[in-house]
Design a protein around this ligand. Structure first.
Ligand code: SAH
Ligand code: SF4
Length: 441
């Protein structure tokens, strides 16, 4: 389509899935002739793709939207649109509407369906439109090509929504029920990406292990098809759910050619009582067994996790069970969060007697324990040779190149910029808590 000379800026909050959605929004806008800018100041249309998973993410968005008022006063023709998980919630959309009357449109996770209309409406008038009747994200706009960031990596959503209803989590409420893309569409997209020279493919879903549920395909079958493709590349995936991650999947990954040896397996808690209240569908014993199995079958695996501290009703005794599990499993790293109450979830109605201050004390303890483990955990790779995809300039030192190993670990080494986008062998000489340093061989 011809350029319409309009510029658009999209800011994304939250998870990789949201980033993938924004890549589609950018793809759509480009199709409509927009030029995508790097700053809001340059833009004629600003879109904030919001995140609702925790309260602090929401507060950040409120702050950032408030700051746009000045820009709108200076440029009355500027259009400002909110979308995503936060504004999928009616009460939040209403709050935005009354707090910031200068907004032009508010929609939810189904933004790709609403965009053509929103854009044409905002061109004509400046009334706020709240898509309260919009269904949460459910369909894939296969016809829209995402405008991807980066040169060597690509996010590939394989499904939308979530059917799990963990009691603390707002995701199923804002992203709707699980729907999977067809394996044909996914395989064709990945094939094209590899032909384009992308070598680090990240498959995305809230629970990739239930991909294809209710159809005649499943995640294992999808991985097998992708693993059969020609070329040198890594197929990474997230997020895995311990209740649905089967041993036969791990067996396949162990013998696969391309599938990542990074397993992000959120445990959330090490207390069986809390796991039950969270509706996670597994016990600490089952989790530990699965983690041990994965380590045995894939000896160079990198295990990472998510942990939620201070769930309603959690006691210090429960929390100590989480610390104990963290010590037992030895994660390379953990994303740790203090529980944040989300309206509409089951946990929001549970008694929550422990103060935020006390939860913060527990949280510090968790950071200390995991920090101590992460400090030394990469030392097991010293002396080993790793296959590394060269992705950019070194992060630990500007004179180095940086890359990504099959375990998803950052590896820095000395090398020529010409190697960008290539796989090289690197012998590891040093381990940092967040990266490895080595020499190309
Ligand atoms: N589908 C993924 C991730 C969902 S959200 C999964 O099942 O693991 C990412 C992480 O945010 C979760 O793993 C959890 O640790 C955290 N999270 C979700 N809801 C939260 C809440 N209400 N408060 C604090 N952290 C939360
Ligand atoms: Fe939320 Fe649980 Fe679904 Fe993950 S699996 S998105 S934590 S409800």
């Amino acid at each position: 389509m011809d350029k319409n000379n309009k510029k658009a800026y999209v800011r994304t909050y939250g998870c990789k899935q949201n980033f993938a959605d924004s890549e589609k929004i950018n793809g759509f806008l480009t199709e409509f002739g927009f030029i995508i800018t790097k700053t809001p100041e340059e833009a004629d249309v600003i879109i904030f793709n919001t995140c609702a998973v925790r309260e602090n993410a929401e507060q950040r968005v409120f702050g950032n939207v408030g700051a746009l008022k000045k820009l709108k006063q200076e440029k009355p023709d500027l259009k400002i649109i909110l979308c995503g998980c936060m504004t999928q919630q009616k009460h939040i959309a209403e709050r935005f509407k009354s707090k910031f009357p200068f907004l032009d449109a508010i929609t939810g996770t189904n933004v790709l369906s609403s965009l053509p209309e929103i854009i044409s409406q905002t061109e004509k008038n400046t009334t706020i439109r709240i898509n309260q009747t919009d269904k949460a994200y459910s369909e894939f706009k296969e016809e829209i090509k995402p405008l991807r960031e980066g040169n060597f990596s690509a996010n590939v959503p394989i499904m939308n929504g979530c059917n799990n209803f963990c009691t603390y989590c707002v995701v199923p409420l804002v992203r709707g029920r699980e729907v999977s893309r067809t394996p044909e569409n996914i395989v064709n997209e990945v094939k094209e990406l590899i032909e384009e020279g992308r070598k680090d493919i990240l498959l995305l879903g809230q629970n990739v292990n239930s991909y294809g549920a209710g159809t005649d395909t499943d995640f294992l079958s999808l991985l097998k098809q992708l693993d059969n493709l020609d070329g040198e590349f890594i197929i990474d995936y997230m997020t895995s759910h311990p209740k649905d991650c089967k041993k036969e999947l791990i067996d396949f990954i162990a013998e696969s050619r391309h599938v990542s040896h990074h397993l992000h397996l959120p445990v959330q808690s090490g207390s069986n009582r809390i796991l039950k209240l969270m509706n996670r569908g597994y016990t600490r014993e089952k989790y530990i067994e699965l983690a041990e199995y994965a380590k045995k079958k894939i000896p160079d695996i990198s295990l990472t996790t998510d942990i939620l501290a201070g769930f309603p009703g959690e006691t210090y005794e429960d929390f100590k069970q989480t610390l104990d599990l963290v010590e037992k499993v030895n994660f390379d790293s953990a994303y740790t969060f203090i529980y944040s109450k989300r309206e509409g979830t089951k946990a929001a109605d549970m008694p929550d007697p422990v103060s935020y201050e006390e939860k913060s004390e527990w949280f510090k303890e968790l950071l200390d324990v995991q920090g101590r483990i992460s400090e030394r955990s990469y030392e097991r790779f010293i002396g080993k040779t790793m296959r590394v995809l060269c992705t950019g300039e070194g992060r630990s030192n500007q004179n180095l190149l940086t890359g990504k190993s099959r375990q998803g670990i950052i590896v820095d080494f000395e090398g020529d910029n010409k190697l960008l986008g290539e796989f090289v062998n690197v012998k590891i000489t040093k381990a940092l808590p967040w990266a490895l340093i080595g020499e190309m061989i």
